[in-house]
Structure formats: structure tokens, C-alpha cells
Unconditional design. Structure first.
Length: 149
């Protein structure tokens, strides 16, 4: 009987894998490889969405990351605030309010099933990344003098 692998790197406490996991020893410690990770994450997301009952903060965060959205942009998409999204995600074992849990599930399904919506969400995600990069300020030390990079 193969041993189940506790997939803690998913950010979810209750994910166990039966097969598809290879652990290799390296000079830096064990390295784990999981087969078809994108498909696994999709199946986890669909299981979360398809389960009756509320979404937990950990599940909400997992779905947000799968949507590739920042907390700020997701909050705007579901007509909430970034502070609410932060609070829901940090309360990992607590239930997210029903409308927000439903909204993130609907966004995920729409992104995966509708080509135009997927293109829109990808564009939003790309714009969000660009805005975040613009907020990132870099400085370089040259000849003992700091300057904007």
C-alpha cells in the first residue's frame, strides 16, 4: 500500500496525494516533484468550489492564487476591500462570508471555461503585476553612492 503524501505546500491543511509524487534526496535536503501540478491545482480548486458549505480563508487564498490576482485586485472584482480579503485569508480555518466565497468560485469557473473571460482575467493579472512592479523601487550602490536603478 503506497503511503499518502501530505501536500502542505498547497497552503491547505487537508490535501493528501495518492501517487504522482517523487521525493529525491539532494545535497540541500529532499526535493519533491509532483506530476501534472497544474491539473492537480485545478482539481483541488474545483473540489473546493463544488463542496457544499462555506469556503475557508485558506481555500479562499488558494483560489485567489490560482486566479493569479493580488488581494487588492480581487477585492475590487468582488466589490469588497483589500482589508477584508487580508482578514479572510489570515483567518485560515474560519469561513469566508458566503457571497465572497461564491464570487471567487464563480470567477475561477468563468476564467477556466470562458475564453474571453480568461483573456480579460489574464489581462487584469498582467496589469496588476505591472502596477506592483511600478511600486517596486530599486536602488544601486555605485562608488559608495546610492542612486535609483
Amino acid at each position: 500500500m503506497p503511503k499518502l503524501y501530505h501536500y502542505e505546500d498547497s497552503g491547505l491543511p487537508n490535501i493528501w496525494l495518492d501517487g504522482g509524487v517523487e521525493v529525491t534526496e539532494t545535497p540541500y535536503g529532499p526535493a519533491t516533484s509532483i506530476a501534472n501540478l497544474d491539473n492537480l491545482h485545478h482539481e483541488i480548486a474545483m473540489d473546493i468550489i463544488g463542496t457544499l458549505g462555506p469556503v475557508t480563508g485558506a481555500e479562499f487564498r488558494f483560489l485567489r492564487i490560482e486566479l493569479d490576482l493580488s488581494q487588492r485586485v480581487l477585492a475590487q472584482c468582488i466589490k469588497s476591500t483589500e482589508k477584508n480579503v487580508q482578514r479572510w485569508e489570515s483567518a485560515r480555518d474560519k469561513d469566508v462570508p458566503g457571497p465572497a466565497g461564491f464570487a471567487i468560485g464563480a470567477l475561477y469557473v468563468a476564467k477556466k471555461s470562458d475564453e474571453k473571460f480568461r483573456e480579460l482575467m489574464d489581462a487584469v493579472s498582467e496589469l496588476d503585476t505591472e502596477i506592483t512592479e511600478l511600486q517596486h523601487r530599486e536602488f544601486r550602490l555605485t562608488d559608495n553612492h546610492w542612486e535609483a536603478a
